[in-house]
Structure formats: C-alpha cells, structure tokens
Design a protein around this ligand. Structure first.
Ligand SMILES: *Cc1c(COP(=O)(O)O)cnc(C)c1O
Length: 365
C-alpha cells in the first residue's frame, strides 16, 4: 500500500518522549516553553503559545482580535472544516470567500467582495502549504489571522510564512509536515496578545501551574475571564523539539518529489509555487481537465484498486451538511474541490512508487 503521507518519526522522538516521562513532568512545563521558543524562532515570529491543536489555536486567535456573537469572519470555504468551525465557536458567522484558481487561496479581491459592516476579521489560509498573499489581504484594513496549519517552512516574500503575520495558527497533526501526535501553536508579534493567549489556554489563570510549582513561596492564582484547557503536554513538546530539527530536510525531499511529479505529469494543473513564495508541498494536488476520460472519483477508485491511497482534493465547507443553508457564490472553489485530487507524497517515497502512481493516472481511460 502506498500511503498519502507518512510522518517522519525515529528513535530520537521515542527517546525524547521517554525522557519527558522519566523526568516526572508530563503536563505543560519546561519542554513546552522550549518548543514555543524554538518554533517561534524558526518561523521568525515574536512569540509562540503552544496549544492542543491548530483548531484551538484558531479559536484563541479569534478571541484575541475580539470576535464574538453577531460578528462575521471571512474565511475560505476551500479549507479543512476547522477553519470555519473555529468562527462558530465564538458565536460568530463564517462568510465564505472564493479562492484563486492557481494557489487555492483567498485573495484581497475575493475577500473584499464579501466584506460587510459586520466583518470583524479574516482568516487567510496557506492552503496545503501554498502561501497566501498576506500583505495584500492585510492592506484591506481588517484584522487578519493566518491559518498556517499546513505551512511550517513555506516562505513568503523571502521570509518564513508566519514572520509577517500579526497572528498565525499552526498544526502538528500527523497529516502535516512535523507532528506531536496532536498539537498546535499560536504565534504572534504582540507580547500582550501572547500573554492573554497563555491565560486563555489555561482556564484564564493569572499564574500558570508550572510557575506555581516552580515557586518557593505560595502563590494564589486568580481567574479574570473564562478560559479553556487548550494545553500541550511536555511529552508532545519533547517530540516536537526533535521534529523541528527535521523540518528543512523534510521540505527539501518533498520539493524534489513534487518537481518530479510535475515533470512526469505534463499538461496537468498542479500545486506549485506562487510568484511571491515557496510551498512546502504539505499536499500535492492535481486538477483533472474538464474532459478527463473517467473523472475524479473513478480515478480515486482506480488508484485504490492498485493499492495507492490518494484523497479527494481539498474539501469545501459550504458543501457539507454542517453548513447547509449557507449562500455562497464560489465557482472556483467548487471546481477545485470537485476536480482535484491529492497524490501520495511522503519522505521515504521511492521513485518506483511515484512511477506507479503516475502510470495509473496516465493509463486511466
Ligand atoms: C489541519 C488543518 C487544521 C486543523 O488542525 P488540527 O491541528 O488538526 O486542529 C486547520 N486548518 C487547516 C487549513 C488545516 O489543514
């Protein structure tokens, strides 16, 4: 079986997790603090706040910019459903913007079309690792949260994705490039926002449990607002610290394999670098032409018969029952979600495996 992705995990991660267990400190503690610093440095962001997932990081990000009941937040429908769901967690309404046909990302133009007097924020996704054009979206004057779940190590205008973001949210789910099992991170330029995010992820506590434990004097904490338990554990952070050292090598390998797919599949629209940056190819998608002989779903079935695990292209939230009744005019989103598929791409993939995938696609008729 050829998987769609496989995490790169070795003895070093196992040893780091074991060390955290042996230390006796398994909840959020010194390793989480170290991972936050290391990750924020790697992506050029000021502050990192580790969370239980990217979904919870998005929820906190929306609260930080003041999103609440009755507000609207502009998001792409063409994204994993967590992007839209996080808006609903705040009692607000996601309003769907269409995407660019090449990058799969919202643009200043598609966002501007759906902005209203109630728009409180925009979530701009770096879809499948392809950086969005953050500067032109930010120039619209509405607070922008970057959903960089897939984009660790991608670049935007010569800097790492996230370096220019007021607030960005990241995922360490195994479907992404580096993993902590489950896990996420919020990064921000603002020290005040990072401090509030730290409180909100830990029940609204004024002093963290780790700080109280480390103190020689008795500290009584205070709860100034309703928070959440969105913490990462030190076991996860220990794994994340090792994973981070592998990121550059993982991206180099993915970019080489993606370039080979592009060579072997001439004539197909595929995921690729935009003019202003580089993707980490978290997912490699191809778009089938309108006159494809068998169509997307039959091709997915054919690949599965050959032991190849591909995926439908990126989902569109507005087509799911959870968002039934949403009115949205999203022609590019609907074409991409219906005509695209995601091909296997993983660190240890061999050229022979890649050739097998390509031959099933080439012979489909
Ligand atoms: C994976 C993903 C998420 C959710 O990440 P979790 O860590 O699983 O919560 C959110 N947004 C996008 C664009 C994603 O791809």
């Amino acid at each position: 079986m050829i998987p769609v992705i496989r995490p790169v995990l070795g003895d070093e991660e196992a040893a780091a997790a074991a060390e955290a267990v042996r230390s006796g400190w398994v909840a959020q503690g010194p390793r989480v603090a170290e991972f936050e610093r290391a990750f924020a440095d790697h992506v050029g962001a000021g502050h990192g706040v580790a969370t239980s997932s990217c979904t919870t990081a998005l929820h906190l990000a929306l609260l930080l910019v003041g999103v609440g009941a009755g507000d609207e937040v502009v998001v792409p429908s063409l994204s994993f459903i967590a992007t839209a769901n996080a808006v609903r967690y705040c009692g607000a309404t996601p309003v769907f913007a269409d995407v660019d046909a090449v990058t799969g990302n919202v643009t200043a133009k598609t966002v501007e079309t759906v902005i209203t007097a109630r728009t409180r924020a925009v979530i701009a996704v770096d879809q499948a690792g392809v950086p969005c054009d953050l500067d032109e979206i930010t120039a619209l004057g509405v607070p922008v949260i970057e959903d960089a779940a897939c984009a660790a190590g991608s670049t935007y205008r010569g800097r790492p994705v996230g370096a220019g973001a007021e607030i960005a949210a990241w995922s360490f789910h195994p479907r992404k490039l580096i993993t902590t099992g489950e896990g996420g991170m919020l990064t921000t330029r603002s020290g005040d926002r990072a401090r509030r995010a730290r409180r909100l992820r830990e029940h609204g506590m004024s002093v963290s449990a780790a700080e109280r434990h480390a103190s020689r004097t008795a500290i009584v904490e205070e709860y100034s607002e309703t928070g959440f338990n969105y913490r990462m554990t030190d076991i996860q952070a220990a794994i994340g610290l090792v994973q981070l050292t592998r990121l550059d090598e993982i991206i180099a390998r993915r970019r080489a394999l993606a370039a080979r797919y592009q060579e072997l599949l001439p004539g197909y629209e595929t995921a690729r670098d935009p003019a202003y940056g580089e993707t980490n190819y978290q997912s490699f998608w191809i778009v089938l032409p309108d006159d494809h002989p068998i169509g997307r779903d039959a091709l997915l079935a054919r690949l599965a018969e050959e032991g190849i695990s591909a995926r439908r292209g990126i989902m569109a939230a507005h087509l799911e029952p959870a968002y039934a009744g949403t009115t949205a005019d999203l022609p590019v989103t609907e074409r991409l979600t219906r005509r695209s598929l995601i091909l296997p791409l993983f660190h240890e993939m061999t050229h022979a495996e890649q050739d097998r995938v390509v031959s099933v696609i080439a012979e489909a008729r």
